[in-house]
Design a protein around this ligand. Structure first.
Ligand SMILES: [Zn+2]
Length: 449
């Protein structure tokens, strides 16, 4: 469920990881979940220094001009662990959701929200701006602290137990505090502005709020790679001349001007490999996890870069923002309807009453939960198109299938998750489907739609 203290979504920043892992929260959420994955705290779910190895140099030296096909096989023991890991995380997600909904509904239905607003007013706080700040600040902090043990278990204990995390406890806490800072910095102004709109434009607030949220997501899309990501990770321009040459050749074949290609130090937190395209306009760039760069063969990396390039060719960052904008308008309109009903049902002073905040959170949370199969379905479709494009532009289906198999082993990802899990939580096709697609690929390009 959407927590009001984390209103900003990774997707809104135009992030498209190569696999379903939450990019910023690498090594945490295996799938798109309404709690950890969609809302954006890398720190909460972050992950001990990972010894960089020298195998990459060997691989590039030996494989570059040879047939470039290495033997990669699915590790059945890793698959067994992957299934177990996924099962535990699904249970944690369910617990998180149930507690969240129970808390929010309980807080409303028992009249606690009204009573807490009364308490704040009785402190002599007259300004509605300060009332909102106190209500959101205190309850937001309480909520964050209440979920701290669950976050710690999910993003520190569990990935360490399965050998995925490389993060120190200190590093985890650093991320946690950075994240909290970002949430306060971004979340407070948004909540204040929305409540101001609710007080002054009780009928049309959702239109203005939509404009505000969409504008914010565009701004964040631009600044994310240059201002926000560097708070957690380091982006370094890709120095590997051979790889650069390859991607420039790929880009040349598509007629697209390639965005900057960078490596990102995912190994500071996780062993899992990933790649991503992010940013907009001049900040647009493709980032290749060092965890991927150091473990995969050049041909495999080429197919993965081609997939990221496909997102650029297909304008997936921009289209994703339009889709997100439509979802925002629809969800705020439904929140508007829900608020009108809820204000009467729970005897609140009006939609601008800060005691109605749990209603707003409930509406947004329910809506994003109900919409998840749809938004994930959309994402899986775009990812399939990017895969097809990568196969077409590289003509290397074996390398692509090998890369997928390597990802399953290295990231402890399930090759064949249960269909309902894919339907509900996966924003990328499961790896067995991606391998299958490569094995049966007939040479088509895969229109971007
Ligand atoms: Zn992708």
């Amino acid at each position: 469920m959407v927590r009001m203290d984390k209103p900003v979504k990774l997707e809104m920043m135009g992030l498209h990881g190569f696999v379903g892992e939450n990019f910023a929260a690498a090594g945490d959420e295996g799938e798109n979940t309404p709690v950890g994955r969609v809302s954006y705290p890398p720190g909460r779910y972050g992950n001990l220094p990972y010894p960089t190895n020298l195998r990459r140099a060997e691989m590039i030296g030996s494989a570059m001009d040879t047939p470039e096909h290495s033997e990669v096989a699915v590790d059945p023991q890793r698959q067994e662990q992957a299934r177990e890991y996924a099962r535990i995380r699904h249970r944690l997600l369910l617990v998180d959701l149930l507690i969240s909904f129970a808390l929010v509904i309980g807080f409303l239905a028992t009249g606690a929200s009204r009573a807490y607003r009364e308490f704040i007013v009785n402190l002599g706080i007259v300004s509605p701006w300060v009332q909102v700040a106190v209500y959101v600040g205190t309850l937001g902090l309480a909520y964050t602290l209440l979920f701290l043990p669950l976050s710690w278990y999910r993003s520190y204990v569990l990935p360490h137990r399965y050998g995925l995390s490389t993060q120190t406890l200190r590093g985890w806490w650093m991320d946690w505090f950075k994240m909290l800072g970002l949430e306060v910095l971004l979340g407070f102004p948004i909540v204040e502005l929305i409540f101001w709109l609710l007080r002054t434009h009780s009928q049309s607030w959702w239109i203005w709020a939509s404009i505000l949220m969409v504008a914010l997501s565009v701004v964040l899309g631009y600044i994310f790679p240059v201002l926000i990501l560097p708070i957690f990770y380091k982006l370094t321009p890709l120095e590997d001349k051979e790889l650069r040459r390859r991607i420039e050749m790929l880009a040349g074949r598509t007629g697209v001007e390639v965005a900057g290609v960078y490596t990102i130090n995912l190994s500071s937190r996780t062993r899992a490999a990933n790649a991503v395209v992010m940013g907009m306009g001049r900040t647009k760039r493709i980032a290749l996890g060092d965890t991927l760069y150091e473990e995969f063969t050049p041909a495999e990396i080429e197919t993965i870069l081609a997939h990221e390039l496909a997102h650029q060719v297909h304008h997936d960052v921009e289209i994703g923002m339009v889709v997100q904008a439509l979802v925002t308008v629809a969800s705020l309109y439904l929140a508007h309807i829900f608020l009108r009903w809820g204000v009467r049902a729970f005897d609140l002073q009006g939609p601008g009453d800060v005691a109605a905040l749990p209603l707003l959170a409930l509406a947004m949370g329910l809506f994003s939960l109900l919409l998840m199969p749809l938004t994930n379905g959309y994402s899986r479709w775009r990812e399939r198109l990017a895969d097809r494009f990568a196969l077409w532009v590289t003509g290397r289906p074996e390398a692509f299938a090998d890369a997928m198999t390597r990802l399953a082993n290295q990231n402890l990802s399930e090759l064949e998750p249960p269909p309902w899990v894919v339907w509900l939580l996966y924003d990328h096709p499961p790896l067995h489907q991606r391998v299958q697609m490569a094995r049966t690929w007939s040479g088509d390009r895969g229109s971007p739609g």
